[in-house]
Design a protein around this ligand. Sequence first.
Ligand SMILES: [Zn+2]
Length: 429
Amino acid sequence: MSVSERLYYADSFLRGFSAAVTDVRELLRSEGESVWQLALDRTAFYPASGGQPSDTGMLQATSRGGAVLDLPVESVEEDEHGEVWHFVRKPLTAGTHVEGRIDWPRRFDHMQQHTGQHLLSAVFLRELQAATVSFHLGENLSTIDLACAPPAHHSLERVERIANEIIAEDRVVSARYLERAEAESMLAAGDLRKLPERSGRIRLIEIAGYDRNACGGTHVRSTGQIGGLLLRGTEKVTRGVRLEFVCGLRAVRAARADFGVLSQAVGALSVGPADLPAAVERLKSDLKAGAKERQRLIEQLADYHAARLAVEVPIEKGLRLVQRSWRDRDRDYVRLLASRLAAAAPSTVAVLGSEDGGLVRMVLSRSMDLDFHCGQLMKEALAGFGLRGGGSPDLAQGDVPPEHAAALRGALVEALRAALEPPRSSQPS
Ligand SMILES: [Zn+2]
């Protein structure tokens, strides 16, 4: 059985066509929903291939009774035999006559990006000897993968400028067929950029006086219709470098979106666009200086806070036991305070708690003149609640659920008092 004739080979500007259904397949999707695949004797719909998404559009069928049925074409795929399948939500019987109409703005956009890719790949090869290994046409951005190291910024600017000069020259983009042997000799002579593996006649796409490439896709009629080309970001990939680009209205949309972001940023900083990088650098440096100053103040505050607590809590029976707890106080600050308190005053033990949202962070510290192991003591007290934690000889911490915080505090105080008690001298009985 012969496969459908691809009308876009001869005329990529064909938007509508008449055809007959030649085959129907049901494709079961999840939740019992069916998608129907229709093959036609001829089609202008481009199937997803070579990095370019498929066309979408409409098939209109008219019944013998005159009823008109519109079937949206959601996607189009080709199979391994070269048949083109149109995905629709209702079946048609073989032999039904249909009028097809492709979504033209979508197709024209794809032709701009795709022809732009031919041109871009040709410029990269000529200027940087960088061969294109793959192409992807996405919803908003297109990419090519180049087999080379990431090009320098000025090289990218040069490639972009040359591509746009060729666009402005409005060179003819044409398609013709040649025999495989002829194509192979052109490739060997360096007159053809790329040749696919498959056998049979070769469709040659030529940008007049600049590039020849074998391709079965859809293209604009002249480079001017590409409308302009904008290079975007680059990214290192396994095989080389991935380069984002946009053509035509996509380039205008991308530049418009960038300008919107830029306007917001310069508006927020009250500077002109050219001064934005310097203004951001200033902000970063101010931020760094601010963070340093804040840290200095926090440490100073902890010292004053520690001195005040030492005054508030007198030494009783040889021990200054400072117990405090805070809600929504930074845990790092509470730890710092415990450490500064123990360093500032002798015979001092701090049992400090801070709760921010979930668990209570309990910190235990002692001054150097006392002799017990904070880490060991904390570990044992937490173990009583099935929790873990610990620390060094003079500072330890652990997290405890709020309902156990008071009990943990009690256990810690009891344990440290026991640890500090002078050993009883054994009296002979
Ligand atoms: Zn092409």
